[in-house]
Design a protein around this ligand. Sequence first.
Ligand SMILES: Cc1ncc(C[n+]2csc(CCOP(=O)(O)OP(=O)(O)O)c2C)c(N)n1
Ligand code: SF4
Length: 286
Amino acid sequence: MSAKAAAAKKTKKSIPFDYDRFLRKDKLPHIWCPGCGHGIVLKALLRAIDKTGLTNDDICMVSGIGCSSRTPGYVDFNTFHTLHGRAPSYATGVKLANPDLNVIVVTGDGDALAIGGNHFIHTCRRNIDMTILVYSNAIYGMTGGQFSPTTPEGSITHTSGYGAIEPPFDCCEMAKASGATFVARATSYHVQELERTLHAAIKHKGTSVVEIIDECPIYYGRMNKYKSASHMMEEIEKLGTVSVKQAENLPPEKLEGRKLRGILYQVERPEYCEQYDMLIKKAQGK
Ligand SMILES: Cc1ncc(C[n+]2csc(CCOP(=O)(O)OP(=O)(O)O)c2C)c(N)n1
Ligand code: SF4
């Protein structure tokens, strides 16, 4: 036990998590608005990464465009801030070029499921080893509050002043149907669960997708009459979701309109880089 840990044990104080070692402090302050869920997700992600034992140099974080996609700018990993919707494809190139890297894609619901929809489904189909984190706040935050593929019907946004009429996507169902081998949902309200889910997703070999329901109080919140960020978290994340475990003991009427949280699907299937290596050997007659 280190002297610091021993001293903490004596005074019964827990040692605060050292976020700084993962951050580019010279890039702070960040751009996120007060109450935005993206910062909570980042902190949980850094704690989850710490538990994997990976070092800063082991990771390559790739993002597209959006408030969520600003994340790689703040972390001291190998990072790529790429084109809107194209992060999974850049990440595929990174992974193929250096399969030893642990690749994490950070994307938003607009980035991953609208402009990047095709890139998302074909990455899942290949089962290339990477973790795709979809920060799902039901809106295009960075561009000022247009509706996105996960905006619930009836929601008021800057492009649906009388209520959204399009049915939303289920990001997790889509990932599973496209071939992802690890699919999970978490929220920025249930932080310990979020941390555990992120850890499991990073450890999984193959394409892992985690939809993280978080909040944009500035656009979605204000326009839909939520009083505060915490009010949104309580209504949307606490009451609007239920864990897979709790769901087992609840009658169907209690599950209606609520999304499941936790690991929803996990299977093993050959991973793309390994298959590609085998193909090269075959072509070389080895
Ligand atoms: C090719 C292209 N089209 C459109 C945009 C404008 N744009 C920037 S961010 C964004 C939406 C991002 O929304 P989301 O992925 O949900 O992330 P959030 O900001 O909510 O975290 C859009 C449409 C762009 N930058 N590039
Ligand atoms: S606009 Fe919304 S998503 Fe973007 S930083 Fe502000 S609260 Fe977060």
